[in-house]
Design a protein. Sequence first.
Length: 147
Amino acid sequence: MLHYEDYPVGLEIDLGSHHVTAEEIIDYAREFDPQPFHLSEAAGKQSILGGLAASGWQSSAILIRLAVTGMANKSAAMASNAMDEGRWIRPVFAGETLHGKGTVMARRVSAKRPEMGILTMRWELCNDKGEPKVEITGVQFIRVRNP
């Protein structure tokens, strides 16, 4: 199990990948973001997106899932309390395989809780062509091995 000490500034973490299907885009949109370009290929083609596209919230959720399975569940992660910045850079389309990456941007030990390290992370989601889709900057609390 990885701890705070195992995450130096600059470390890049491969978070794995996720293949996006039209069915999951439409299912998510029906439940949470029922805009026409998320619900049908025809409406998507007529929009500025150019095709059936995942909701930005769905794309962000995919990235967070990859961050959890690719880092948090493999570490002594404690919680997260902030998302400082989030950007939907390009639409996510059905048929794309997305890849997640996490980068440690800064780190410190909590002054009030010495058993807790605080990592500032940049989470990125790109397609097979390396085109960025989503970028999130946030905080990850992680246990210090020997406080």
